[in-house]
Design a binder for this molecule. Structure first.
Ligand SMILES: [Zn+2]
Length: 423
């Protein structure tokens, strides 16, 4: 944020607003690992805003339509990008013949039942959920905003739509140039997070990892929490009444949960998996990319060594993993001191210690191999325009889960001021 002077913002705001409200490209918000859309959980707690509503805040402030997408919470970015495409445009998800064949041994299905969205409400005999923005095309572009893994997902969607892939990409068939004006990532593990490797080392079972994430998001509980795994492409459909625990017990042995399955979020959130993703998901020269970073740790030097420790206002659940040691498991290094130097793997050194409780701050500005620059004026296409680092905000503060919504809402106001210049 500090990179943007008040003067530049004021200048942008002064020339913005050339479009009528109904012609402004909508914003599509894409959640992270273990996230959910408005509809997935009952009650008034939202992924985007906590007990506030970021989508409504943007709508009220800009007159712009805002959609909150719901994609596979534990799925790979390929699968999530395919679902995002059909959810916005309408149709039944097709994960592609090539991709499906690659993961057939794990039980992948190319066109599973139950992953459809209706483009036309007047022609919807199957009563599918309605597509978010069926008119989406080059003449009706959108702005994508992703939190955490959502930032990896939106750039994967751009890649699949604009470049296609070997085999069948299943998402737009190479026709997507001009459909996405901008892609913004918020606290995204572009190069992975050491938290994944710490958890795997501590609890070497991806299903336990998933359970912890459910606890963190408050999505668990017994008796039909409403949380959806959206794993129909692996033939794992939870019934409406099935609790998280029951679903988990029933599917525990499925090869999807195997750590060797690289078509999954847990792999692509690791530094090694993110590196693999970054080898084929490139930065498009036709799209504006923006990023926000977050930091909720502070340095402390002890015996000549400097490590990171969680600020006291970090979300309590995250504090146990963010510092020098996993608490209460002393002996296992936390994100604030974890390093990885094994041959053949992505090295993580002391520059990775700073974190927001879930993701290393160094990973958030943009993917390795792309050009990353501090945004200081007119943004550029084809590079990651880094808006700034949100100091003192943890991984869930940036989506408004804390009690003080003013800081996070201001972040979205800044972003909207920037996007208004691109319409
Ligand atoms: Zn897949």
């Amino acid at each position: 944020m500090k990179f943007i002077s008040g003067f530049i913002l004021a200048a942008w705001l002064a020339v913005g607003g050339a479009h009528a409200a109904d012609s402004k490209p909508p914003v599509v918000l894409v959640h992270g690992f273990f996230g959910f859309d408005h509809a997935t959980l009952g009650g008034s707690f939202r992924y985007w805003g906590g007990f506030n509503d970021i989508a409504q805040h943007i709508k009220a402030g800009t007159g712009r339509e805002v959609f909150t997408a719901g994609v596979g919470p534990v799925s790979s970015n390929w699968d999530r990008a395919v679902e995002l495409y059909y959810q916005i445009k309408g149709g039944c998800a097709d994960y592609g013949a090539g991709h499906t064949a690659q993961h057939a041994a794990a039980g992948h299905i190319q066109k599973p039942a139950g992953k459809c969205w209706a483009a036309d409400p007047a022609n919807n005999p199957e009563q599918y959920p309605l597509a978010l923005y069926p008119q989406w095309d080059a003449a009706h572009p959108i702005h994508l905003v992703g939190h955490s893994q959502g930032g990896q997902t939106i750039r994967t969607l751009v890649q699949l739509m604009q470049q296609g892939s070997v085999g069948n990409n299943g998402a737009g068939n190479n026709n997507g140039r001009g459909w996405v004006t901008s892609a913004t990532s918020i606290a995204t593990p572009h190069n992975g997070t050491t938290l994944r490797d710490i958890l795997i080392g501590w609890l070497p079972d991806a299903s336990t990892l998933a359970g912890l994430a459910v606890q963190a998001t408050g999505a668990g509980g017994s008796g039909g929490s409403g949380f959806k795994f959206r794993l129909e492409q692996y033939n794992m459909k939870a019934s409406a009444a099935e609790s998280f625990d029951d679903f988990f017990e029933r599917t525990r042995g499925h090869s999807f949960w195997d750590l060797k399955n690289h078509d999954s979020a847990q792999w692509e959130l690791s530094p090694d998996g993110a590196s693999e993703l970054n080898r084929w998901v490139k930065t498009s020269p036709h799209v504006y990319y923006f990023s926000f970073s977050a930091r909720a740790t502070e340095s402390l030097s002890l015996f000549g060594k400097e490590f990171q420790y969680p600020r006291p206002d970090m979300f309590l659940f995250l504090q146990g993993m963010a510092g020098e040691w996993v608490v209460p498991s002393f002996g296992h290094r936390g994100m604030g001191s974890f390093q990885q130097t094994a041959a053949g793997r992505v090295p993580t050194d002391q520059r990775w210690f700073v974190n927001d409780g879930v993701v290393n701050t160094i990973s958030m500005a943009g993917p390795e191999g792309s050009t990353i620059q501090a945004l200081s004026g007119q943004p550029l296409k084809g590079v990651w325009n880094h808006i700034g680092t949100m100091q003192g905000m943890d991984h869930f503060d940036v989506i408004g889960w804390d009690a003080k919504p003013s800081a996070s809402l201001k972040m979205y106001d800044t972003l909207m001021a920037i996007l208004s210049r691109l319409d």
